[in-house]
Ligand binder design. Structure first.
Ligand SMILES: Nc1ncnc2c1ncn2[C@@H]1O[C@H](COP(=O)(O)OP(=O)(O)OP(=O)(O)O)[C@@H](O)[C@H]1O
Length: 379
């Protein structure tokens, strides 16, 4: 059991600092005495939207979240949230004094209370009066009205987790920490909860740090990604940039893909297609009922991208874009290469055999055409 937090200052007065009046500043150095693992991070993160802490098992995602929550005390630690210091050389706010909500992998509801009882307990514990309408808004946001009277043991896994998220929100946190909140659920339950998380993200202003090792979840929810590797930050940035960088073996496999964001600019009713403009690169996708002007995210798998020296019109492929080779990165499979390509403003990745790389004489700066066999709408 990690050592519980202790107070080293009067927590009534949160120390103000001008270090990061906006944003989150997180710097931790932690070494577990019984393990070789060390966490070493020094980050400034956005104070809005969803930041995914993404990485392989054991890379230190949970440890970082626990340091931020004050559940784990780093030998050296500094955490500033919008100008309020939660930890420094002289400050250590205990967890219960930090204005945060924490959602764990396993929803930890009180089994002897109803869903409503769990929520009321959290509101009472927080000691912050609820503004009019917030309770109903959160219940509605999580879609739990119909299960409020149920004993928490009668709830399904998905319902329990939605109640746990509502409970975390009712504390009115300035930061919401979510540690693999969908990991204990089967795929059907995950698909059921993801739209609630999307709605939560677009409705509430609370910044969310979301730990996950699921590319699908990260691509759907995150705006910003911190990629963790061996206790360090391999890279961080806007989600499109991180997935385009190939900075981790986690991103270099059969599922290697890029994420593009764009707006629907045209509908083709006859063929049930929509045209989406992703920073100048225009793609046809299946019409999923989105209106013109709607912002969407699409995922393009590297295995769905092939390259040709000239734009072929005698192929079934709808999406063809002019591209320039940025670089050629070895795949984990020695037969395969990941070719990073520049489109107008986006990066695209093609997974090809080295034989094809040689056949097309691919090299940095070469211009050619990318054919995109399939584009998946992310939602
Ligand atoms: N209390 C502890 N004492 C010793 N070692 C620990 C302790 N907690 C975590 N570790 C080790 O620290 C490393 C990072 O663990 P952490 O749980 O942060 O990784 P993670 O990226 O969240 O992994 P996962 O995705 O599997 O949850 C692991 O090697 C783990 O065994």
């Amino acid at each position: 059991m990690p050592k519980q937090s202790t107070t080293t200052q009067n927590t009534n007065s949160l120390e103000k600092t001008n270090k990061t009046e906006q944003g989150l500043y997180a710097k931790f150095h932690l070494q577990h005495p019984q393990s070789r693992f060390a966490l070493n991070v020094d980050l400034i993160l956005p104070d809005s939207g969803v930041t995914a802490i993404f990485g392989e098992s054991g890379s230190g995602k949970t440890t970082m979240l626990r340091c931020i929550a004050g559940l784990e005390r780093a030998q050296q630690g500094h955490f500033v949230m919008k100008g309020e210091t939660w930890q420094s050389d002289t400050v250590f706010l205990p967890t219960h004094k930090r204005p945060l909500g924490y959602v764990f992998q396993e929803p930890s509801l009180f089994p002897h209370l109803t869903a409503k009882g769990n929520l009321e307990y959290a509101i009472k514990r927080s000691g912050i009066p609820l503004p009019a309408g917030l309770y109903d808004q959160i219940i509605d946001l999580m879609g739990i009205e119909s299960v409020l009277a149920n004993n928490s043991q009668q709830l399904s896994g998905g319902e329990k987790q939605r109640v746990a998220i509502a409970r975390a929100l009712l504390i009115q946190p300035t930061l919401l920490l979510m540690d693999e909140p969908l990991a204990s659920l089967d795929n059907a339950r995950k698909q059921e909860i993801l739209p609630y998380l999307e709605k939560l993200k677009s409705t509430l202003k609370t910044p969310i740090l979301y730990v996950s090792h699921s590319v699908e979840e990260v691509m759907r929810l995150a705006d910003h990604v911190v990629l963790m590797q061996d206790g360090k930050v391999a890279t961080q940035g806007a989600i499109e940039e991180v997935f385009a960088q190939l900075k981790s073996p986690l991103l270099m496999n059969n599922d290697t893909s890029v994420l593009w964001q764009g707006q629907i600019i045209e509908q083709d009713a006859r063929w049930h297609l929509s045209k989406v403009n992703c920073a100048g690169s225009k793609l046809w996708i299946r019409n999923n009922g989105d209106d013109i002007g709607q912002t969407i995210r699409v995922r393009i798998l590297a295995t769905d991208v092939s390259l040709t020296l000239s734009p072929h019109d005698d192929s079934s492929i709808l999406n063809k874009l002019p591209v320039t080779v940025l670089d050629i990165v070895p795949d984990q499979d020695p037969a395969m290469a990941l070719v990073r390509l520049q489109t107008e403003k986006n990066t695209l990745i093609a997974r090809l055999t080295y034989r094809s790389v040689d056949h097309l004489a691919l090299a940095e700066g070469k211009t050619l055409w990318a054919q995109i066999k399939s584009v998946a709408l992310v939602r």
